[in-house]
Design a protein around this ligand. Structure first.
Ligand SMILES: Nc1ncnc2c1ncn2[C@@H]1O[C@H](COP(=O)(O)OP(=O)(O)OP(=O)(O)O)[C@@H](O)[C@H]1O
Ligand SMILES: [Mg+2]
Length: 526
């Protein structure tokens, strides 16, 4: 038997490098062994404690793959597992052969034959064995030691690579399942269902069904609290990307100097504080949906960068030379009128067109005829569970009271009103098992004038001189005054101010940021 040729080694290395998957890699390894050493059977076994598991074989019956050999019960395997170097068993060795009756070309007890095994080590750890058998006695005796060493090294590396790949695949699979679970969980946490039977809501649901399965970018727009986020999550849930991630980005809360790194990631050392490589939101959303909430608040410079990523499906992490390909569907949401923003130069027209391939308008609660009742029932049930109340109901007169209100804060406002009303009702009816929400529990909602659709308090505005008045500026001014006043009254406590204004803290922060409101808390020293 000659020394293994360098061309065989190169061929094996190239074969292994070009392998498509683990099975293919093992088959190629066994092919090369058979080309180098004349034999009738060759098997690769992986070592698991005291068990050897065949993972690839040639020349042995297929059922061998299903066998699990206990090392202690097979003396030849025991010897091999205790050895650090290849072992050639004597042709007339009295030790029973584990492959007795398993060779393809021979039935019955194995006669005198050649048998050798190569223990496969990596980093001093036994990974498995390579066994080689031939029905011709003494045939392995003159194989050079060097040839066996090379085959051992190749087989060990192959096995180690396979184990590493398996580990990585398991990890990747696990992470994927975690992402699916979390995305599903986030969807369910929000109730996961768009409640509403009004005609306008039925239309909305139909639109969602039509467009969800497409890969179009979607712009979800509508007033505050109408349920834009819920619509975005529903779109993802009904899309083909449902098992991929849905990554949330609040564009209003992105610190301006970190926007690029947040969205596209950065490499280690890209800037002070970048201690390690970090993936951005686009990469995290790969294969899924990127939800760009409050897109209207994004500074112009960041808009250009997002546009580039959407156009090319490529991102460039900060500090990295090459670009990375991403497969992301964008769902963006805003409560601004982006067309107006484009006209006023605050939003890039090209980005607007890219995002609004299919715009979805979420209607105001006031437009959803009959839905206040359904939503009230829905929130009553949710609140009942949250507060641990045995039975909570809402009186018919309370519903009609709610139905007359204009709901400027939309569904979110209704949700908050019901939560507060339930608390009040519970403290009023401490000893009752069935607690009923009555209209008094809902507090005084700012009733609207059907004529102007404005809260009564503001109807007096009608007497104001309207010449030269700019609606946006006036509204901003009013909001600025109201928020500043409330914040001052609440001692700079944003959460408390948000509660008083029946909105949530993030929303209040966002509006305050846009209006340039800053509250400095004063510390009173004694
Ligand atoms: N049709 C609906 N059915 C059930 N719950 C709803 C519905 N619409 C909205 N909600 C609930 O109302 C709350 C506000 O909805 P969401 O946060 O989606 O509003 P939004 O339009 O994103 O508001 P904002 O512009 O202030 O961010 C959430 O708790 C949401 O689950
Ligand atoms: Mg929102």
């Amino acid at each position: 038997m000659s020394q293994i040729s360098s061309s065989a080694i190169i061929e094996l290395a190239l074969n292994l490098a070009g392998s498509l998957n683990t099975k293919d890699r093992f088959d190629r390894l066994l092919d090369t062994v058979r080309k180098t050493i004349v034999c009738d059977a060759v098997a690769l076994l992986s070592y698991h404690g005291d068990i050897l598991k065949p993972i690839a074989l040639q020349g042995l019956s297929r059922d061998t793959l299903g066998r699990r050999f206990s090392v202690a019960e097979h003396p030849r395997f025991t010897v091999l597992c205790q050895s650090k170097s290849p072992i050639r068993f004597a042709a007339d060795s009295p030790l029973p052969d584990p492959y007795d009756g398993l060779l393809d070309d021979y039935t019955g007890d194995l006669p005198v034959h050649s048998c050798m095994g190569l223990p496969l080590y990596y980093d001093d750890k036994l990974l498995g064995l390579l066994t080689i058998d031939s029905l011709t006695p003494h045939i392995f005796e003159d194989i050079p030691k060097r040839t066996l060493e090379v085959i051992s090294a190749m087989a060990s590396a192959t096995l180690n690579t396979a184990f590493l790949i398996e580990q990585l695949e398991n990890q990747a699979d696990h992470s994927k399942r975690v992402v699916t679970e979390l995305t599903e969980e986030a969807w369910k946490r929000d109730g996961g269902e768009l409640i509403g039977e009004s005609q306008i809501m039925q239309q909305l649901k139909q639109e969602i069904d039509i467009v969800a399965a497409s890969d179009f970018n979607i712009l979800v727009y509508g007033e505050t609290g109408v349920g834009k986020e819920l619509v975005a999550r529903t779109l993802h849930h009904k899309s083909l990307r449902k098992n991929g991630p849905m990554v949330y980005v609040n564009c209003a809360a992105l610190p301006e100097n970190l926007i690029e790194s947040e969205l596209f990631g950065h490499v280690k050392g890209a800037f002070t504080g970048a201690e390690k490589k970090r993936a951005g939101k686009f990469s995290l959303a790969n294969g899924g949906t990127l939800f760009l909430d409050e897109i209207g608040e994004l500074p112009i410079a960041a808009q250009s960068k997002i546009l580039r990523a959407i156009q090319s499906n490529e991102i460039q992490p900060v500090g990295q030379d090459n670009v990375e390909e991403v497969n992301v569907r964008i769902v963006a949401a805003t409560n601004r009128d982006l067309k107006e923003e484009v006209k006023d130069g605050r939003f890039r027209a090209d980005l607007y067109h890219r995002l609004s391939v299919y715009p979805i308008r979420v209607p105001k609660l006031q437009e959803r005829v009959g839905d206040v009742q359904l939503l009230s029932g829905y929130f009553v049930e949710q609140t009942k569970q949250k507060l641990g109340i045995t039975q909570l109901k809402i009186a018919a007169e309370a519903i009609s009271h709610l139905e007359q209100y204009s709901w400027p804060g939309n569904v979110r406002e209704l949700e908050h009103v019901i939560s507060r009303a339930a608390l009040k009702a519970r403290s009023r009816q401490k000893h009752k098992t069935i607690i009923a929400i009555e209209s008094a529990d809902c507090g005084s909602l700012n009733m609207v004038s059907s004529e102007t659709n404005l809260p009564i308090k503001e109807r007096n505005m009608a007497s104001v001189e309207f010449a030269d008045i700019n609606l946006r500026d006036e509204t901003d001014r009013f909001q600025r005054q109201l928020i500043s006043k409330t914040l001052t009254q609440e001692g700079g406590n944003w959460a408390a101010a948000a509660r008083r204004l029946t909105t949530d803290r993030a929303n209040l922060n966002r509006i305050a940021k846009r209006l340039n409101i800053q509250v400095v808390k004063s510390v009173i020293e004694n």
